[in-house]
Design a binder for this molecule. Sequence first.
Ligand code: HEM
Length: 122
Amino acid sequence: MNTHLHVTAWALAFILFIIAVILHKQGKEKAAKIVQMILRVDYLLVLYSGGDLIMNYLNGNSPYLVEAIIKGLAGIWVIAAMEMTLGKVKDNDSAKAGWIQLIVAFVITLTLGFFRLPGGFM
Ligand code: HEM
């Protein structure tokens, strides 16, 4: 029921993340900071809607409970990897480890979300 909110929230997070990276690369620190602030508020929406979706599996007899929890942990990992990557890009450090984590976590999250777990908006 909250899947639309969830998908909207993380799609928005992804877009804001890319914009923040580009702004940092362009040296537009002030604009990047503002975008990153909005991104952090949006994380809360991702966490809230994701937590709400997990509740659907907590009725005691869902065979997908473990996968739903792993999906949630992978989602939290996506957020952590975004933060790590942005921090490195901002400091002009190598962000390679962040990007790799982001890709791995994102693939796991999307696979479990779209192809394994039964709920969905499509
Ligand atoms: C940026 C991070 C995240 C991404 C990219 C992401 C992605 C997705 C996708 C693609 C779906 C499937 C939507 C559908 O079937 O229509 C989904 C559902 C779900 N997500 Fe996330 N998510 C993220 C963060 C989280 C977090 C932090 C949590 C938990 C706190 C979470 C928990 C869930 C749950 C429980 C579902 C429901 C699965 C189902 O019933 O099919 N997600 N998410």
